[in-house]
Design a binder for this molecule. Structure first.
Ligand code: NAD
Length: 288
């Protein structure tokens, strides 16, 4: 039987609808809405679009979005100053630095300067460390979106063979740990893995985040596998994933398409993290 196809847009819309109600009530009782600050340095086209979409999504659920657009010539010290200000700002619950940064600004020191309690992107070493011990304050939005799909479709994870293709800090590593935490047997593959297909064919849950269009074909997938395609690639003006959808769809039991799969959930999870931070911060200014 061909796969069930995940409609990420529909799920994200439902999440935002539920959040909007909660945010409305909380804003009334707490006297202020949740706040998300997004910093963009430079004019990278894709980043500008991502930041705009995050702002729109915030607006839709009633989160106050503060967008700080800085010139590409901004120095590391100027950026750190702004971050320190946002760390102290009681009306800001989440801080996100849109990556990539211009080459003269080292990313690691910037990500480390974000207060871990406002690190809604989950990139601070303290949150990444928390992932290892099973107690992060925040987990990166894309892996969270993947878990949301697995849970919404009631995919059994415990004891399953899961294979993750890609080991980036923003997708591959965190999703591998989240699956481990849920007691899957996890294999992580990367560009140096020999015989990738030998691994992918064992996967009952296959997560592909490599940024290589068509990397995973139908003959590399186990019958009945759950296939999560994280890749976003532009090929001949069209967005495609890392999974060759036409050949994998007939073999999988559940599959996320590109576009319209994991992507919309990433933004929804960012909003969820911001709301989580807002609720967790005990010192919320009360309504007079
Ligand atoms: P990355 O470039 O940081 O990492 C890619 C990983 O894939 C590396 O670990 C590399 O070793 C591995 N890889 C590359 N070629 C491979 C091959 N031939 N075989 C096996 N492994 C291979 O990328 P990233 O930031 O993790 O993003 C991966 C993809 O996911 C990109 O297409 C990106 O645009 C997309 N992405 C989507 C979302 C979303 O919201 N849907 C979020 C983040 C990233």
């Amino acid at each position: 039987m061909p796969a069930e196809v995940v409609d990420g847009r529909e799920i994200a819309t439902a999440i935002r609808r539920d959040m909007r109600r909660e945010v409305e009530v909380l804003t009334g009782t707490q006297g202020r809405p949740p706040g998300l600050a997004v910093i963009l340095v430079g004019d990278d086209l894709a980043s500008t679009t991502y930041v705009r979409n995050k702002g729109k999504a915030c607006e839709e659920v009633g989160i106050k979005s503060v967008q700080i657009h800085l010139p590409a010539t901004t120095s590391r010290e100027e950026l750190l100053d702004i971050l320190h200000g946002l760390n102290k700002d009681e009306t800001v619950d989440g801080i996100l630095v849109q990556l990539p940064l211009p080459p003269h600004i080292e990313e690691r020191s910037i990500l480390e300067a974000v207060d871990p309690a406002k690190d809604v992107d989950g990139f601070h070493p303290s949150n990444l460390g928390g992932l290892l011990t099973g107690h992060p304050l925040f987990v990166a939005s894309t892996p969270l979106g993947i878990m949301e799909v697995l849970d919404r479709f009631q995919v059994a994870i415990e004891g399953k063979d899961a294979v993750v293709v890609g080991w980036s800090t923003i997708v591959g590593k965190p999703i591998a740990f989240l699956l481990l935490e849920r007691r899957a047997s996890v294999t992580v593959c990367q560009q140096w893995t020999r015989d990738l297909d030998q691994h992918t064919r064992q996967a009952e849950i296959l997560v592909v985040a490599a940024g290589k269009p068509g990397l995973v074909r139908g003959d590399m997938v186990k019958e009945g596998a759950v296939v999560i395609d994280v890749g976003i690639n532009r090929v001949a003006g069209k967005l495609v994933g890392d999974v060759d959808f036409p050949s994998v769809y007939p073999k999988a039991s559940l599959i996320t398409p590109v576009p319209g799969g994991v992507g919309p959930l990433t933004v929804a999870m960012l909003l969820k993290n911001t709301l989580l931070s807002y609720k967790a911060r005990g010192s919320l200014p009360r309504k007079p």
